[in-house]
Design a protein. Sequence first.
Lengths: 810, 352
Amino acid sequence: MRVPLNWLREYCDPAIDPAELADRLVMTGTEVERLETIGPSSAEGFVVGRVLEREKHPKADRLSVCKVDTGDGERTIVCGAPNVDAGQTVAVVLPGATMPGGMKIRKAKLRGIPSEGMILSAAELEIAEEADGIMVLDDGPAPGTPLSEVLPLGEPVLEIEVTPNRSDCFGVHGVAREVHAITGAPLAADPWAEDAPADGDGEVTDYASVAVAVPELCPRFTARVFTDVQIGPSPAWLQARLAAAGQRPINNVVDITNYVMLLTAQPLHAFDLDKVPDGELVVRTAGEGEKMTTLDGVERSFDAETVLVCDRSGPSGIAGIMGGQSSEVSEATTRVLLEVACWNGTNILRTSRLLGLRSEASSRFEKQLHPELTMRAQRIASRLLVELCGAKLVPGTIDVAAEIPSPRRLPLRAARVGGLLGMEITQDEQKTYLERLGFEAEAAGEDLEVLVPPDRHYDVTREVDLIEEVARVHGIDEHLPTTLPATGGAIGGLNREQRLRRRAEDALRDHGFDQAVGWSFTGPGEAERLRIPADDPRAKPVLLANPLSEEQSAMRTTLLGSLLDIASRNAARGAGNLALFESTRVYLDGEGEFAGDRPSPYSEPHRFAGIAVGSLSPRSWRGGGEAADFFAVKGVLEALATQLGVEMEFAPVEQPFLHPGRSASISIADSVAGWLGEIHPLVCRTWHLDAAVGFELDAAPLTAAASLGEESYEDVTTFPAVYQDLAVVVPAETAASEVRAAVLAGGGELLHAAEVFDLYEGEQVGADRKSLALNLEFRAADRTLTDEEVAGLREAIKAKLDEIGGTLRE
Amino acid sequence: MLERIEEIRAEAGAAIEAAASSAELEELRVGFLGRKAELTTILRGIAELPQEERGQVGGAANRARKELEELLEARAESLDSSELEAQLGSDRIDVTLPGAPPRPAGHPHLIARTTRLIEDTMVGLGCHVAEGPEIEHDYYNFTALNHPPGHPARMLQDTFYVQSHPDVLLRTHTSPMQVRSMENQPPPIFVVVPGKVYRRDSDATHSPMFHQVEGLAIAEGITLADLQGTLLAMCRALFGADRELRLRPHFFPFTEPSVEVDVSCFQCGGSGELAGGERCNLCKGQGWIEILGAGMVDPNVLGFVETHGYDAEQVQGFAFGIGVERVAMLRHGVPDLRRFFDNDVRMLEQFS
């Protein structure tokens, strides 16, 4: 909303610097996006002149040589405008003055004839966007009169971003009321207080009729009729105001409707009454697919919820959004029907969005205006039509209204004001602020009884809304104390799972993985690129109804895809070694475990996932730099498990996106919690990677099983442990985990640990056999183990190994 | 016999003293004390000596043997250390070669690091961390947050909806956890809610996915002044101890009164001008940087959890939502929101 300051000052003039006013508005809740000046920065040297003579330039067809009276005498000015003529009152800039944009005016010779100044067009003064020629002013002001007395020159304009609750500030008068409230400067009488004389013939009902078929969508429709309308350009002051407010002047009738809308925030629409058959208007919803051509020349098609203003021959306008061409006011118009209506804001917003058509009117109506405002606009517009167009107002107003909401009365308790804000505002102050804002406020003991004005009816509905009003006018920035809440001994903190998740992230980082944050959405084709079969639940993601693109239309079911995307992008940029992880959610069918009465629509398990491309260990002159393989990443997961105090079990598994022989499931507490493996070469190829190793692990089982932070003391000093190595020969296909399990079973409680530290395959153990070396730690909590005891345990281990076809290698 | 023992002792003693290497010393040990050595033979033959000589000869031989053993041991020690010195002297490395690199640590993502920073600050002020669903019911995201049915934010243009569930959407803010948290726990409640949020917008200053941290404090007697104090403490933790705050009245459907919060610019100190006199580029000469939206929780919102103990006449409090990307951009000079989701390792590795 553009608010020209001179216009604002007509209703409230706080007599402070525009920048300071902008600041005050900002600090009391009216966002000022910009403070700009249109026209010359100084009015010095801009005067009214009268063209005394005009002659054609002897050497140039398109130039005129004019004698102009500028009050200080006659001067010669060469002018290029086709419309300049003797007798005109014009705007003149004199040598020495500075034009908008900074050009300085000097005496000059144009094709040999000296010129002292310039006759100005509206565009040159930035009063209008474009102009066909010079601006011809109304006769009256004497030559030499400062132009700033006739036209707004160097006008500061406040560009205001109106919050959606403040429909009143979509009008200059609403902003003026706000300025009145925050500065205390006097507010002029309501501009709608006085109506126009009704000098027309007959009654309005003789000329027009209105029927509203959808009162719930059109709470009020008022119409007045004007005869003897003389269409023409608006006076310069009106054109300048509209231009300053960002509206293009069209003709006096249309300009008046725009002017009144910019003043009151209530949009209006003028019909050429002679183009409305029998003056009959009907407000109804459109038939599905019904069409009309709007004022902007576009043919539009409507759905059944669109409200139309129709005459007997069909739609003549989209209610509250844009009129149609059929009954547009034109040069030939002599009788005008002026519509000022109130529409259902939600419906207007819906239709405007649906049609992709937003207008000055719709942006106001969609905020829900009060039906009372219609008559304010009728009165102001009637006066202007009579004054500026020579129109005669036909007595009476057509007024089709559903029930008008009764005025809202609200209590404002003193205790609540101080209690909610934490600052005291006296009853007198509260009363003053509210009255300045247009509320009526009466003391009731310490409290106030408040009556809400119609233009704030839908915004201020509760006591707390009044508290906001008094708080912001009082000045939050200036007066609000800074305190901390009494938390009543509440102790903050992360819960166990959150703490452990952080530790896991830190562990992955410590082991060389960079944290990435990928998109939650992916394309529905990702599953196929990962070779996941169509009947796999991971190939059935949650789909968005209105994605920005196909590539962002599905919620990811695995973190692998985006890690591959990220790795691929980085590899394309030349990164050779990559280790990346994400710690975030996937989106699956089922309910999630979140706080709240209603279960979440989907399950959103938190996961850790990583990918390694190239080497995890840096290359140096001593070696290193070998490409990460299954075991390199498994080692990182084992280190993670150790740090969290979790037992992870790995078993062969097939995943469509993994190398079938180099992939494992990860189990925690006997349940599968994730996968680990070398990425399938075909998947790597799809992502333009040579090779990659990845993993994905659910956070919940990991953190649930973690002993980190909850470990108990174990006595390892009183009785020494016995350490022994064990070499076991088993069939080549026997899994190391099986051997370890047999050893642990044989060793029983006294075998504290058994870890594989060597693997040998070769001649010494024979074909189809392998030898595994394990380090054993025997320990008893209550005694030192004897050699005989340990020897007995070795025999037991030997027996267990025998069961799986293993022998001890002595 | 006794003389012979003395001779052996003297001869062996001199030879041990003169030995030049551990190998030579071992030869001497075998020669003088081995199984075939003379002294060993003497000791073995003692039983065959006459009764009266046995004591004397046996004592002398044993003393000699013990003495020689001690000499051998002493000489061995001295030879060991000199041989070690000689060996170390020839063992040289090029100390100027680079060291063996440990596996380098990875890097936190700025979003994760900044989220933790905000969480930790609020934990210090007494908050718990709550987490809620990103795919959410319209009810929690809009209805219970006092957005009327036709509210613009609910339109398809602004909010992602889930196919086949018209009332299920991607949350547009972390605020749905306000009502979820209050359903879960009676007052007093002090929580922060970090997480991903989604809006249907994509350009240099808007990302369809971004991150927020929500704060919610409801108890008896919590005031707007308390909100100001809390935010001041948080902003000082994020942007420096000298920061000041400015609360500008604003409008949000789910808070009343609502404020937008500016923090004094930490580049120019709030003056809007840099040392050289030119306009501060960070705050665009304003001296203030808009940082978050906040307000007192609207009684209508509390009305949705009245049966859970939240009577708007009894308890009240504040809520705020801060954008993680915005904080990270300001703190670290990241110029474009989209950089965070590009995950270029050359950027990731700048932050440890």
